[in-house]
Design a binder for this molecule. Structure first.
Ligand code: DON
Length: 317
């Protein structure tokens, strides 16, 4: 749709075909058996563990999907990249990153890293940084959440996207650790608002999407914040670079280094079982399989991405 000739030349890989995607899905879906569906949020454990889907938005903005690509699942931590986008658009990168780091991590996603020492979350991809990021989006009550939801509807061109009340309630009732981080950051003054801001984080995690929506989000950040259909309203290459770099260094949490070594693509996982992948200047990928590895990343999802990256030589390295 909207790519320049120079990057079209760089893309020497074969066209992405439905049959290749199908065989990648079939070859790797069994990995769900080695993982476990998240149950720390009770509502998440209700998902069918054999559901599996893979979608790509190719470099012409065309959507190719295989498997259960109509299956909705909650976005969870994938929402953190959208919150980061909005917080930076409203406040500037400098002011957001005065309050948190650009650091990678060897800690799980819900670790209190640095909150008791420097008071600054390691990065905006782990929960502490993400809770702070969402609190930096302006608005009363639900407004910050509504902005996140509207941006996701825009990027996916899918106005039917909404959040799951049941998952939201479940997150809110069991999110004691997130609440602890929220109050530690209130204690340091990093967060100034009320617990409604934490509710917005729980709501954004509960937004329900499909792998097609994920692939469109991946495409958006891969292509300087331009939409798969060519809409350039939010075009911003500096913002896209910031988000892709955070995805690369922390999007898969403590697995990010090994993931960069094996897959080599900016990606963001969520405990709902989705992973969004951006192939810079080229394509977007969305995968879903709800059984997770010990880091909270979709296991079959990882293997499908790994296979796809090898097949089409997608690694940035
Ligand atoms: O904060 C939480 O516990 C979740 N709602 C989101 C965490 C998440 O998705 C971590 N990712 N793999």
């Amino acid at each position: 749709a909207n790519q320049s000739g120079s990057f079209a030349q760089k893309n020497n890989s074969a066209d992405i075909s439905t049959s290749t995607l199908s065989s990648i899905l079939e070859k790797n879906k069994h990995y769900y058996k080695d993982g476990a569906v998240a149950d720390y949020i009770p509502e998440l454990s209700k998902v069918n563990p054999v559901s599996v889907a893979l979608s790509v938005v190719d470099n012409n903005g065309k959507i190719i999907s295989v498997g259960d690509s109509n299956q909705k699942f909650t976005m969870q931590s994938v929402s953190k990249i959208i919150a980061l986008m909005l917080a930076v658009m409203e406040n500037s990168e400098e002011s957001v990153f005065e309050k948190m780091g650009y650091y990678g991590t060897d800690r799980p996603f819900n670790h209190f890293a640095n909150l008791e020492t420097t008071g600054k979350p390691l990065n905006p991809m782990m929960n502490a940084g993400a809770i702070l990021t969402t609190s930096l989006i302006s608005g009363q009550g639900e407004e910050a959440f509504v902005k996140i939801l509207e941006m996701i509807r825009y990027i996916t061109n899918n106005p039917s996207i909404n959040y799951s009340q049941a998952v939201y309630q479940s997150e809110k009732e069991t999110g004691h650790r997130n609440r602890g981080m929220f109050y530690l950051m209130k204690n340091t003054g990093a967060i100034t608002g009320s617990e409604e801001q934490l509710d917005n984080y729980f709501r954004q995690c509960s937004i329900e999407i499909t792998t097609e929506d994920l692939a469109k989000i991946g495409y958006f950040f891969a292509n300087q914040c331009t939409r798969y259909d060519g809409d350039r309203r939010y075009e911003n290459s500096a913002l896209a670079k910031l988000i892709l770099s955070q995805m690369l260094i922390a999007g898969m949490y403590e697995f990010s280094g090994e993931y960069a070594r094996t897959v080599g693509l900016p990606s963001k996982s969520g405990v709902g079982g989705g992973i969004v992948v951006s192939v810079p200047h080229r394509i977007g990928i969305g995968v879903f399989s709800p059984a997770l590895d010990s880091h909270g990343n979709s296991l079959a999802g990882y293997h499908m991405i790994l296979d796809l990256a090898k097949t089409y030589e997608l690694s940035i390295f």
